[in-house]
Every structure is written in C-alpha cells, then in structure tokens.
Design a protein around this ligand. Structure first.
Ligand SMILES: Nc1nc2c(c(=O)[nH]1)N[C@H]1C(S)=C(S)[C@@H](COP(=O)(O)OP(=O)(O)OC[C@H]3O[C@@H](n4cnc5c(=O)[nH]c(N)nc54)[C@H](O)[C@@H]3O)O[C@H]1N2
Ligand SMILES: Nc1nc2c(c(=O)[nH]1)N[C@H]1C(S)=C(S)[C@@H](COP(=O)(O)OP(=O)(O)OC[C@H]3O[C@@H](n4cnc5c(=O)[nH]c(N)nc54)[C@H](O)[C@@H]3O)O[C@H]1N2
Ligand code: SF4
Ligand SMILES: [Mo]
Length: 891
C-alpha cells in the first residue's frame, strides 16, 4: 500500500455526495470541516486507502500492447488525429469522457476537441447518468441547475425519494436524512422494489416499473382538485400550466386510474397525495430510477411540475433535487462535456455564444452544431464514421447498453485511444493506444457535487512510473497538434482560472441571466487555488471582496428563461419501450450494490468491499422462483434479445415484484464469465436527453443446470491466464486479502484428479475425493507455503467460507494444525460468520442472529457487542431487518 507522508484534505472520488476526505499516513478519515459530510464517510470512502495499491495499474503508455515512451505515444495520438482530420474531416474524431474526470481534465478535453480539432463529437458517460435531469432542468428553469442544497433534504417535512436507493448509492447523504428524522417528518420511497432505503420510509410505493409519469401527473391533478396548488406562484412565475394540467387530466384523471396504471393501492396513492398537499416543506429527490428511462426527461419534469404548481422551488426545505451520481457529474456539465452543449453552460443555439467562445479561445474551428450523443456516437463508430475514438475515465464496453455491439464497434474502430489508471479492463482490451492516467490521490483539481459545491481534490502521492494526469496528457497532444499557444497550462490551477473566466463571458453572452458563474474565482493565485475551500456556485463577491457561494437558486421565482418564468411541461404517459413478451417475460431492473463502484476497477482492490455481495446475483420473487424451480443460491441464466446472457445466483426475495428481476451492474468480463448487465439492455434512448433506458430490459430466465460447484484459490498473480471458460459454465473472480479466488460451476462430468493439476499449476500434495458425494478437495504446498487450493462439491452451500483458508495463504510456513485442516477448509473451532452484513468490521448475519438470540435486541446493543453498524452505518437497515425478522419469529 502506498502511503502519504502528511495529512491532506481532499474529496472522495466516488459518488456525487462529494465528501471531504483527510488522507493521512495511517489511512483516510472524514473531513470534519467539509460541508457535505462533516467528518462522515461511507464504507467505500473509508476503504479508499486500501485501493491505493500498485496491483493492476497501468504504468506506461502502450501501443499495440507494447510498452512505449510518452513521446512515441503522443506522436501516435497526434498523427492518428491529424491523419483522420485531413482524410475524413474533424467529425471523424470523437471523445468519450467521464463524470469521474476532474473539471480541469474535462475542460482541456472539451477545448481540444470542440475548439481546436473542431469535432462536435464529444460526449460523456453522464449521458447514461444525468442527461435526463439536465434536459429537464433546461426545459423547466432555462438552465441546467439544481435549485436546492443538501440542507433541504434535512429541513423537509416530507422527503420523497423517487428512483433512488440512497442508503447504498448516496450513503452519507442518507445518513444526514436519517439523522433528521423527527416527529412529524415523513419519508416516501417510490421504487418498484423494496430497497434498504425503504427502511427509512413511512410509505413505500412499489409501483409498476416506468409508471412514475402517471403517478406525478396524477399528483398534479389531485392538487388542483383539492385546491392545494399555489395559484399566485403559478400566475406570476410559471407558464404552460393549463396545457400541462389538461394533459395530466387525460392521463391520470383520478386516484383510481393512477392506482390501476401504477399497480398501487388506492389508499396509498391518496395518502401520498394528501401528504404532499399538506406539507409545504417537501423535497423530491430523484435518481436513476427516474433518469434512466425512455421517458426520463418527462419523469423529471413531471416531478418538477408538481413543485412549480406548489411554489416549492429553491426554498429552504422545499425543492426538487436531482441526486447526481459521479463525483464530477456536475463539473462535466459545467465545462460542456455533453455533445449538445458548447462550454460553460453555453448552448450551440445561445445567440452569440459560438462567436464569443471562438474569440475567447482564439480559434476558428468551433463546430456549427451539436455532436452525437453516447449511444448514437458508438453507432457511428460501428458504422465506420469515426476513425479515432479517445475514451477517458470510463468503461463503455461494460456500461453502455448492448455491450456486445459496443465491443463490436470498438473492435472495428481504426484507432481506439484509452486513458485509464488500470491496465486490464473490458475497454482497455480494445485499445490501440493506452495512456496511463493518474488516479485519485495522485491528481489535482476540482469536482462539483450534487449541491453545486466545488471542492478540491488534492494529490498526496507521487506520480508512479510514467503516469500523467489527464489534463497534461491532453495539453501535450494539443501542443503536438500545433496549438501550443492555446494550451500553455503549467498546472490545473491555470486551467481552472480560464474555466472561471469563461463562465463570466457566458454570463455576459446571456445578458447576465446565466446562473453558472464562478468568474469571482478567475484570478485566484496558485496558492489560493490550492487552498480553495468548498464553495457553491454561483459565486459572488461581497463588499469586502470575499467570494461567497449560493446555497439555493430561484427562491424569488425568477428563472433564466426568456420571459423569466419557469415552464411547466405537459407530460404524456410514456411507458418503457422494452416491455415483456412471451419470449422475454421478465422485466430486468439494474442498479448498484452497497460496496462496489461501477465496473469494480478500483473497489475490487479492497477485498472487504467484496464480502457483502461476493458474486453477481439475480433477485427474484418467491412465486417466480417456485414456478421456475429456482432455489436460493442456484445459478440462473437470464437471456434477452441480445446475443449474450447474464448469469447470477438467485436471491429469492419478496422485495421484488413478481415478474421483475433485479441484477447488479458491477461485474465485467474481467470479474465473471457472463455477468455484464448491459447485455440485457437494448440501446433504446430517451428522445429528448438521449439517456438509455437502463432500468427496463427484458429477459427469460432459467436455472442453469450444474453438476458441481467449486472454489479455486491461488496466490495473487497479475497476469495469470486461467482457461476457465472451456472448463466451466460459470466463473467469477473474487480477490481476497491474501489470495485470488474463483467461484466455478459446471454441468459437465469432470475428472478432478486430472483437472486439479492444471488448475493448481502442479501436482497437489493433499487430495480428498469422495465421488459418491461429488466431493473433491486438493491443496498444493510449495516450500512450506500454501500455493493453491481447490474445493469441489455438488451444492454451493456445502463449500466452506474461505476466510480461514485465505489466512493460510498469508503464512510463510503452514503450521501443522493448518495443514491438518486444509482440506476441511476451516479450523475446528472457527465460528461461521455467515453472509457478510457489516463490511467495516466484517460481521456476518450468523453472528448477528446468534447475538440476537443471545439477547441483544437493538441495533445499539448489537453494535456494542459486535461493533457492526458502528462505523459508516451503511448496514444499519440490514441489521434492523435481521432484528425485526428474528424478534417476530421469537415472538
Ligand atoms: N455503492 C455505489 N454507490 C454509487 C454508485 C456505485 O456504483 N456504487 N454509483 C454512483 C452513480 S454514478 C450513480 S448515477 C448513483 C445512482 O444512484 P441510484 O439511482 O440511487 O442507484 P440505482 O441502484 O442505479 O437505482 C436506484 C433505484 O431505481 C429503481 N428503479 C428502477 N426502475 C424504476 C422506475 O421505473 N421508477 C422508480 N421510481 N424507480 C425505479 C431501482 O429499483 C433502484 O433501487 O449512485 C452513485 N453511487
Ligand atoms: N444497465 C445499466 N447500465 C448503466 C447504469 C445502470 O444503472 N444500469 N448506470 C450508468 C451510470 S449512471 C454510469 S455513471 C455509468 C458508469 O460506468 P463507467 O463510467 O463505464 O464505469 P467506471 O467503472 O466508473 O469506469 C471508470 C473508468 O475510469 C478509470 N479511471 C478512474 N479514475 C480515472 C482518472 O482519473 N483518469 C482516467 N483517465 N481514468 C480513470 C477507472 O479505472 C475505470 O476504468 O454506467 C452506466 N451504465
Ligand atoms: S457517500 Fe459518496 S462521496 Fe461520501 S464517502 Fe461515500 S462514496 Fe465517497
Ligand atoms: Mo451515474
């Protein structure tokens, strides 16, 4: 593990909450002074230092798989771009960026692409994430602005969480919501499945997937029927009310109609509407269950319409609130990372914007109009229209819909350039040129979180080997292309100042209407940039010349549209495009798990983050499981219209609606044989935002017939190629603290004595075979150290937990006791911990259940006894669930 030598205040690189982190020589802690988290961290944040390991890093540029020098790599990149532009025009070059880049990296990428190469084709993974919210903000307010701030989620007397599993996806914000629970405050969760977040809810509306537009249209109708709207606000500050209402009345005329269409209980719908009507301090926070739909933009606007009709926008405790996903989802939008925008919140069609920007940058190459959005961009790659594609900070082979087609596109593209910190990802596998980028802790710059708060990420580690920060890579390529004058940056501070100055220009272009304005920070000295404290845009300067941030927007009811009125948008019913058929009867919902981040390139480096959910899974309703003869833990195969299936273990739970399944998005081809969720998601997009419908795939399901289940453990080695695909029907890699482990399963008959030698890279010294039971176990010891173990059984629950064996890999020399127990897989007296609940202290459900049975009957006493739930608190809802279950059983 690489360690810093001094303490540094920085920002977490994972979710959009944007927590302040203090990196110290002994690990990371929450930054007490950061306004987002005030010292708190979730389990991913508190494991950050465990991911700062050299394992798997990309350390040198590579061309066609060979290590090369930077000068060769930069030359290759420049000449590929130059060649494509001269032969096919600037539109043959495309950039695909990421909400995980820092603002400074993003700014330079956008400037190089749009400003100097002259291609409009610059899009970002934010298209898959926030673009519906962006489009809705623009439609309603005139600009992409989140009107509220985190405090509003605490002040609200009614907190509506729509399509958000905040306890897992925005954990520290969830903790703030939870800490604000008080008498009279209510929480409503709107989600087709019961999530851990629903534990906080006074009411969980388990609606039919995709019917949010109907629910919120119905709310608008109900508010009008019950005279609960704010008429004077509507008259003075909004336009489009009459048409919006008329449309809503047509689609959702009554509670009865809404309940029927959304498959909800009438009383629940009525109750939700009444709570909304009677609670002036209402916040509706929404996330991917809303955005990731073919009607995503409409869903967001249906929510905003209700807030406008009640005058609840930008007021303390009353606002719609889009929860952003990535650490810099918002910063990317600020610099113009989306294909339909220019820069600094200026649009292609903002009058005067192109001319002003061209003058500011000193270029005559700005494209005439918008470029292709992510899904269309990869289609253009597939068609052969794009000759050079530069991917930075994202893993589209896994995260874009229809993964197989995306891989085909990457395969066909003449030059694929990938900048990443990791050497082996599903996307780097297609790279012609691989550029080693600095990662968290090594790079410097700013990010903007969900509440418009700009924070510094600061470097506290030296750059390893030949690794460079993204802005520097980009600026070097720009210089190589002959634009040295426009890219003179010596530090991220230089870039930030230009970005801030450009925001002032953009405000001028909009006649002072634009909200995104950080011009006050355009003259920060290098030292003041380095010390920059978290600040929310728009930034103004007070009389004393001090820059101050703005927590809330639009409280005065003046918006940034031409007539300064907010627009209410008529919303049609719009249902998911991917709907179940006889062949594909299941609705496939996809999303996140608590301890992993996206495609696992970083979080899987901390073994304890792979203990809560160790393998890909399929959550399925008991009735469907029974019908399809699926039992808990059985491997299931989901097959959709695309060429590849998804394999995961069944988790049978009535949290699902019958007919729906939920699968995680995290496992890539690097971690499992066949568990990429986007194989089941068609490339269907919202016509307004271009955001894919990632929450609504369709599939058929069958139990995978397995004759055997196995675990293989080896000493960790980076580049070992196991020929698992030929051997088994399913494999999944789970790095442990001292070993690498694989879950394996198959249907073919095996000669284990023969196969073991190959899998263990040599003859095992210890073998135990019981063919009647389908059991085989073997271990190989080299020079007294454990080198490899193979455990085979006919059912997965007969395999031992690997914690004890993993410890044996740590020993320089196995003890006699350890040797004696190797094939049993556990010491005689070790307690089985069961399925992991608390990642921070590694406490499992067996231990918790035993403690409950032993008399610990509250979360607090369990915390005292076992420490579970006492660090980040992310697992508290699960502990509560176990308690409830055990106590009800006992009672
Ligand atoms: N642990 C962890 N945290 C993360 C991330 C991560 O990878 N891991 N990623 C970050 C990123 S980039 C993002 S964008 C956020 C996402 O944060 P969230 O949006 O909260 O997370 P998801 O799990 O994608 O989806 C949220 C919920 O939408 C529900 N849903 C599905 N369909 C519908 C529907 O039709 N209507 C409604 N109302 N709900 C529906 C799903 O059941 C799911 O529970 O998380 C961020 N935080
Ligand atoms: N079915 C389905 N699909 C989805 C979603 C869903 O809910 N369901 N969610 C969508 C959403 S909201 C999102 S945000 C995307 C996320 O999807 P991706 O962006 O594809 O996922 P990540 O694993 O975060 O990829 C980030 C990559 O950047 C690398 N990286 C990290 N830091 C740096 C850096 O500083 N510089 C560079 N150059 N590289 C770096 C990492 O190693 C990693 O390879 O997935 C989307 N896809
Ligand atoms: S809540 Fe988000 S920003 Fe905060 S520590 Fe966890 S992952 Fe990082
Ligand atoms: Mo996201």
């Amino acid at each position: 593990m690489v360690k810093p030598t001094v303490s540094t205040q920085t920002t977490c690189p994972y979710c959009g909450v944007g927590c302040g982190v203090t990196a110290t020589p002994s690990g990371v802690t929450g930054d007490e002074s950061h306004p987002a988290n005030r010292g708190r961290l979730c389990v991913k944040g508190s494991a950050l230092h465990e991911t700062l390991v050299p394992r798997g890093r990309l350390l040198r540029p590579r061309i066609a798989g060979e290590d090369r020098s930077w000068s060769e790599a930069l030359d290759q990149v420049s000449s590929a771009i130059r060649d494509a532009v001269s032969r096919f025009g600037p539109g043959s070059v495309a950039f695909y960026l990421s909400g995980q880049l820092l603002t400074e990296d993003y700014f330079v990428a956008n400037k190089l692409a749009k400003g100097f190469i002259g291609t409009p084709h610059v899009d970002t993974n934010s298209r898959l994430c926030m673009s519906s919210a962006v489009a809705a903000h623009k439609r309603a307010f005139g600009e992409d602005c989140v009107p509220g701030c985190y405090e509003d989620l605490e002040l609200a007397d009614l907190l509506v969480l729509a399509g958000s599993n905040a306890v897992w996806a925005h954990p520290v914000l969830y903790q703030r919501m939870q800490a604000s629970q008080r008498a009279g405050r209510r929480v409503v969760v709107i989600d087709p499945r019961r999530t851990a977040t629903a534990e906080l809810a006074d009411m969980h509306l388990k609606l039919k997937p995709g019917t949010d537009t109907i629910l919120f249209n119905g709310l608008l109708v109900w508010l009008v029927q019950h005279e609960a709207t704010d008429q004077s606000y509507i008259v003075e500050h909004c336009s489009g009310f009459a048409q919006t209402l008329a449309c809503a009345q047509e689609i959702a005329p009554s509670v009865v109609s809404v309940a029927a269409q959304c498959d909800l209980d009438e009383d629940d719908v009525e109750r939700f509407y009444r709570w909304y009507a009677e609670t002036p301090l209402t916040v509706t926070a929404f996330s991917q269950g809303v955005n990731q739909a073919v009607t995503g933009t409409d869903k967001c606007n249906a929510i905003i319409n209700c807030h406008l009709a009640t005058g609840r926008v930008g007021r303390p405790g009353a606002s719609p609130f889009s929860l952003t996903g990535q650490p810099n989802a918002m910063g990317g939008r600020e610099v113009g990372g989306l294909a339909n925008t220019l820069a600094a919140h200026m649009e292609y069609d903002t009058v005067g914007a192109r001319e002003q920007l061209a003058g500011f940058w000193g270029t005559d190459r700005l494209p005439e109009g918008p470029g292709l959005k992510a899904v269309d961009l990869f289609e253009a790659v597939h068609r052969g229209d794009i000759k050079v594609l530069w991917i930075m900070g994202t893993n589209p082979a896994v995260s874009l819909p229809d993964s197989a087609r995306v891989c085909e596109a990457l395969e066909r593209c003449p030059t694929v350039i990938v900048s990443d910190c990791m050497a082996n990802t599903d996307t780097t596998a297609f790279a012609d040129i691989l550029l080693p980028a600095a990662g968290w802790g090594e790079k410097d710059g700013t990010v903007t979180n969900s509440e418009r708060c700009i924070s510094r990420q600061r470097a506290f580690l030296p750059l390893p080997a030949e690794v460079w920060p993204d802005w520097r890579i980009l600026a070097s390529v720009a210089r190589g292309l002959g634009h040295a004058k426009a890219f003179p940056y010596q530090s991220p501070g230089d870039v930030f100042r230009e970005h801030a100055a450009l925001s002032s220009l953009a405000c001028k272009v909009s006649d002072g209407r634009q909200m995104f304005d950080i011009g006050a920070l355009a003259h920060l000295t290098e030292a003041r940039y380095n010390q920059l404290k978290p600040i929310q845009w728009p930034v103004t300067v007070d009389e004393a010349g001090v820059a101050t941030g703005t927590p809330r927007l639009f409280a005065d009811g003046r918006f940034v549209t031409d007539d300064r009125r907010a627009r209410m948008v008529p919303i049609s019913a719009g249902l998911p495009r991917q709907t179940p058929t006889r062949h594909y009867p299941f609705v496939v919902n996809t999303g996140r798990i608590r301890d992993q981040w996206h495609t696992m390139t970083r979080t899987a480096l901390a073994p304890r983050l792979l203990t809560h959910r160790q393998e890909p899974f399929v959550e399925i309703h008991p009735r469907d499981a029974l019908r399809l003869d699926v039992c808990e833990g059985a491997l299931c195969e989901l097959t959709g219209p695309g060429p590849a299936p998804f394999i995961g273990r069944a988790r049978i739970t009535s949290d699902q609606r019958p007919g729906d399944v939920f699968i995680p998005i995290h496992w890539s081809g690097c971690f499992a044989s066949q568990s990429v969720a986007t194989n089941l998601i068609s490339a269907v997009t919202d016509p307004i935002s271009g955001q894919p419908e990632s929450k609504h795939g369709v599939a058929s399901l069958r139990r995978l017939p397995c004759r055997w289940q196995a675990r293989l453990m080896l000493r960790p080695k980076d580049d070992r190629q196991l020929r698992l695909t030929e051997l088994c029907d399913y494999w999944c890699r789970q790095p442990l603290a001292h070993s690498d482990s694989w879950w394996l399963a198959g249907s073919q008959r095996m000669n284990w004595e023969f196969e073991a030698t190959g899998l263990l890279s040599g003859e095992p010294q210890m073998v135990m075979a019981d063919s009647a039971q389908g059991r085989f176990r073997a271990a190989r010891v080299v020079d007294g150290r454990l080198a490899a173990v193979l455990l085979v059984d006919n059912a997965v629950d007969l395999l031992p937990d690997l914690a004890w064996l993993d410890e044996c890999f740590a020993a320089d020399r196995l003890s006699q006791d350890q040797r004696n127990c190797l094939l049993a897989g556990r010491a005689v007296d070790t307690e089985e911990i069961g399925a992991l609940v608390c990642s921070c202290f590694q406490v499992g459900d067996r231990q918790i259940i035993n403690a409950i049975r032993g008399g610990q009957d509250t979360v607090e006493t369990l915390g005292k006894a076992l420490k579970c739930g006492t660090n980040c608190g992310s697992c508290v809802p699960e502990i509560q669930e176990l308690l409830q279950h055990e106590l009800t059983e006992a009672g």
